[in-house]
Design a binder for this molecule. Sequence first.
Ligand SMILES: Cc1cc2nc3c(=O)[nH]c(=O)nc-3n(C[C@H](O)[C@H](O)[C@H](O)COP(=O)(O)OP(=O)(O)OC[C@H]3O[C@@H](n4cnc5c(N)ncnc54)[C@H](O)[C@@H]3O)c2cc1C
Length: 598
Amino acid sequence: MSTDFAVAEYALVQEGEKEMSFLLKKISCDVLVCGSGAAGLRAGIEAFERGTNVLIIGQSRFGDAHTRLAAGGINAALGVVTQKDNWLVHAADTFEEGGKIGVPQMVEILARNANDAVIELANFGVKFARNERGQIKQRIYGAQTYPRTCYVGDYTGRAILQALVRKAKKLGVKQIDNAYITHLFKSGGKVLGCFAVDFKKGEFLVLQAKSVVLAMGGYSRVYKNSSSRPFENMGYGSYLALQNGLKLQDMEMVQFHPTGMTWPESAVGKLVTEAVRSEGGTLLNASGERLMKKYSPKMLELSARDVVARAIFTEIVEGRGTKNRGVFLDLTRVPKEKILERLPDTFKQFERYQKIDISREKMEVSPTSHYSMGGIAVNPSDCSAGLSGLFACGEATGGLHGANRLGGNSLAETLVFGKIAGVNASDFAKQNKMLEIGEIEINSARKEIESFFNRGFTAPQTLRTQLQEIMWECAGVIKDGEKLREGLEKLQELKENIPKMNVKEGLKKNSELVIALDTTSLVLVAQAVLESALLRKESRGAHYRTDFPKTLGSWQANIFAELKGGKLKLSKKMILRGSKEFERAVHAHYDRKFELWE
Ligand SMILES: Cc1cc2nc3c(=O)[nH]c(=O)nc-3n(C[C@H](O)[C@H](O)[C@H](O)COP(=O)(O)OP(=O)(O)OC[C@H]3O[C@@H](n4cnc5c(N)ncnc54)[C@H](O)[C@@H]3O)c2cc1C
């Protein structure tokens, strides 16, 4: 087993080619982790601790991945508030509220391992809120039977990411940031590594590895209004998967969070955490009516996210919204001290963007695209993703959340499945030799990038914005067949302009190139979302179609998408059954369903 990195630098220009002066650096490692969010870091830490050398590469600055936005908390049935909670209830909540199309084995693995993941985080130094007995406090989140969300104020993701970064640095795990992975190398069904552009140094990277983990986050930025930052969640993991013959799962399932900011322009879509409703925030329409009484009289504001998002959306389109096309979220009856203790970031967020004090004035909110339940299909037990030596974890993958993700379950997923991916990527690397990446393949990956330079007249930013608007308009909170078909037609027109995208030559800090790469990915991902949504002729969880409003037993199924002969092919598969224990727990869920936690 090698203990250090092999690094070579060479220029790779064929005879007769126009020479571009970009250095190409070759780096070898045992385990290459693509993505430095919670999932990638957890995988990298695990693989490193198992004795393999690891390189984590991410587009964002190390410590500034999307995970840092996660606010409200992480789920684990620790049973602190009530001992009635346990992994079986957690599993049943996850499966039921996921519209019963989550992969049972994944749900079971998550629920069984979430407690250990949270305890591990506490050992890594995450300072969870604690009660007077020193136990980790748990708040209730939407559609939970019992309170099970562990938290650090309303900045849990940041606290977790910082702890993971500290741990990785302490161990000495190598990392490269501000580098964009553009290509997977493979041969004979085995992954060999990746090609990337290092935007900080302005050079190409050939990353050779025995095993690779894809932890590149979701694709929620396929929509215009999104709670993620404008430069992330571009679906590049899904794009790479399709390009390499892997399967994506349930791409139509995108979660619209009920509460995003509605103004100013620079803050539209920015998340207002569910913790606000969990701490007593109520939703009112423009006439001051508590709207959730009509849509979900028992669960009210703590109903599942899809239910609350549709309720708000309906109030707005039916003319009962505010002048900024939102509804009110009212926290004014909650004491200011409690707001400052439990929701400090939300307080600052509104102070900063709207100059309001949320303990005195109501917030205005409307749905925003938030989370991709769909993604790369993996084998739940080892996170393998369809190529020998390739693993995937975190939001980049599909299957766990089915049609609707419960708040707090995603952070749990990143840690539980990140660890599994790390174990298996490390084991694979120990058992397999490093294979060479051919010069022809390297050259072709390089040319793919250089082909963007000086070739057309369309600004990548224009196309990306158009695409995001098409998706918001044609495949948003409420869908129908006609709109989805219109979306596909518009996307086809837009696709024809992709080869005309013009990017100025250069690699160093070339943000135009980043947007061109994002747009290339988003076009294919958007097509998978639209086609899958069109195929699913029913409504379930986040996928609501006015032309097929019922949930159908015949659609308790997953939709898989793959590229065959350059065309997207979809297939439908009825869901698999879970273990006997799991099935019993899901059954018992019906008896508890309407028992409200006071
Ligand atoms: C505002 C907000 C609040 C949230 N709050 C919660 C919460 O309270 N609880 C909860 O459970 N979940 C929450 N979520 C969801 C949760 O934050 C994410 O699902 C989770 O952090 C995903 O982690 P990840 O590691 O899978 O991906 P990410 O954190 O998205 O990391 C992906 C990594 O991949 C890199 N990457 C992507 N493409 C490329 C490329 N081409 N080349 C190189 N690198 C690339 C990125 O730079 C990044 O480093 C929230 C989400 C949002 C938007």
